[in-house]
Design a protein around this ligand. Structure first.
Ligand code: HEM
Length: 135
């Protein structure tokens, strides 16, 4: 009854608020809607936009925010992050493109790589045969 004002969001839900018109960030497991603060942020809107829909805890601490900034957080508080959701730890949520690597393996570039290996091997074979012929 008493806690119905406290909303819990999954990481996926926070991630969907990821643009300048709807910008949420996570700081220390709490979710903040900083949309109206973007242009007022003393550190610039770019840094906030760079962390929309993501966990900005580390960056928030690294920026050396003082008590004023910490008090301001309350103003933008919208809820808690569901720790059991797919909340990534630290920077693990930065996507690493795996797809192109798979494609590379199937691409004709592989043939070029094979040729690069075969040419020196061929040269060695010719050299060995030559040495045998002349000795
Ligand atoms: C999420 C809510 C945030 C609030 C309410 C907030 C608030 C503030 C405030 C009030 C300041 C002025 C200095 C101070 O009082 O500490 C400030 C400075 C700064 N903030 Fe934030 N900030 C937030 C998030 C972030 C994030 C996520 C980053 C970085 C990724 C960031 C980077 C900075 C930087 C670099 C400064 C220093 C600007 C300077 O001194 O030139 N802030 N912020």
């Amino acid at each position: 009854m008493g806690t119905d004002h406290k909303k819990v969001f999954s990481f996926a839900e926070v991630s969907s608020h990821n643009n300048p018109k709807d910008c949420w960030v996570i700081v220390n497991a709490k979710v903040y809607n900083v949309t109206n603060f973007l242009t007022d942020h003393p550190g610039g809107e770019e840094v906030l936009l760079a962390h929309v829909g993501k966990d900005a805890s580390e960056e928030f601490e690294d920026a050396g925010h003082g008590s004023v900034a910490r008090l301001m957080l309350d103003e933008f508080y919208v809820g808690e992050i569901d720790q059991s959701s797919t909340m990534p730890t630290k920077k693990a949520h930065i996507a690493t493109p795996k797809q192109p690597r798979d494609n590379e393996e199937k691409s004709p570039d592989n043939i070029t790589n094979l040729l690069r290996l075969l040419v020196p091997v061929g040269v060695c074979v010719v050299a060995v045969v030559g040495i045998h012929l002349y000795t």
